[in-house]
Design a protein around this ligand. Structure first.
Ligand code: ADP
Ligand code: MG
Length: 259
């Protein structure tokens, strides 16, 4: 929480190093094509908002970036310049560089809050328990749930659980964070506390891909809006242009429904 440069205030594309690159990414589920010809480069420090109707491929996009889904032959995904390997130890290492936060918080139900945050660093990165716990407590402090460290996930509110999920992802020291509709399963009064944590992360310069329909967040923290429809990127522009002057009929329709 030391760096205060608001990265989000610059919408200009920069010469910053590309952290996530999708090149000619296509994804079929059987004969159904969920992603078509996706080419995207997310530079370091950018907050990219992914928006689009249900079924447009937003989750699939996130899941391919994290190799939770394979992609069709011919395409490539690079994380910090390295091609995502198919499997094995190299995949685990690279995947640790990509933190993911899901709509359903997905905490380990039978582990305490603290253990939820330490298990990855201990098991995947071989960090000593004491060190992992120290870092985990700092992270829980950052997201405002340090008081709950000894509790079990079910004892926390949805907003608290989602903040723990963010801390858990951050504990792996990822280079990029993916958020797939992180607030859409929350009661309305808990949405803001999670968005506040995400805004703070963005301000600290974290590279983020965020699937969300939260316009306020997109405008405040987003550098870029990627509008998807039927598996394609239809618009890719800055938030202000997207929300005030969407180019495609489908984008206009979509905005008409959610605003
Ligand atoms: P979004 O997140 O934008 O709502 P998804 O990425 O979840 O969309 O899904 C895009 C399309 O791919 C949808 O039509 C969905 O039904 C289909 N799809 C997603 N995952 C699978 C799967 N494992 N098997 C078959 N079809 C899938
Ligand atoms: Mg989805």
């Amino acid at each position: 929480m030391t760096q205060t440069t608001p990265e989000s205030e610059s919408a200009a594309p920069t010469a910053r190093r590309p952290l996530v690159e999708l090149q000619n990414v296509n994804k079929h589920f059987g004969s159904f094509q969920a992603l078509t010809d996706i080419d995207l480069t997310i530079p370091e420090g950018q907050v990219a908002i992914v928006i689009g109707p249900s079924g447009s491929g937003k989750s699939t996009l996130c899941r391919t970036i994290n190799r939770l889904e394979t992609i069709d032959e011919g395409g490539r995904i690079l994380i910090d310049g390295k091609v995502l390997p198919e499997e094995g130890r190299a995949l685990a290492t690279l995947r640790a560089e990509v933190g993911m936060v899901f709509q359903s918080f997905n905490l380990f139900a039978h582990k305490s809050i603290l253990e939820n945050v330490t298990v990855g660093p201990i098991k995947v990165k071989g960090i000593k328990k004491a060190q992992a716990e120290k870092e985990a407590m700092e992270l829980l402090e950052r997201v405002g749930v340090a008081q709950q460290a000894k509790k079990m996930p079910a004892q926390l509110s949805g907003g608290q659980q989602q903040r723990v999920a963010i801390a858990r992802a951050l504990a792996m020291k990822p280079k990029v964070m993916l958020f797939d509709e992180p607030t859409s399963a929350l009661d309305p009064e808990m949405v803001q506390e999670v968005l506040d944590v995400m805004v703070q992360l963005a301000r600290e310069g974290m590279t983020m891909v965020v699937v969300t329909h939260e316009m306020g967040f997109a405008r405040k923290a987003g550098d870029r809006v990627i509008f998807m429809d039927a598996g394609r990127v239809l618009e890719d522009t800055d938030p202000e242009s997207f929300f005030t002057a969407p180019q495609h009929e489908r984008a206009k329709n979509f905005l008409g429904k959610i605003l």
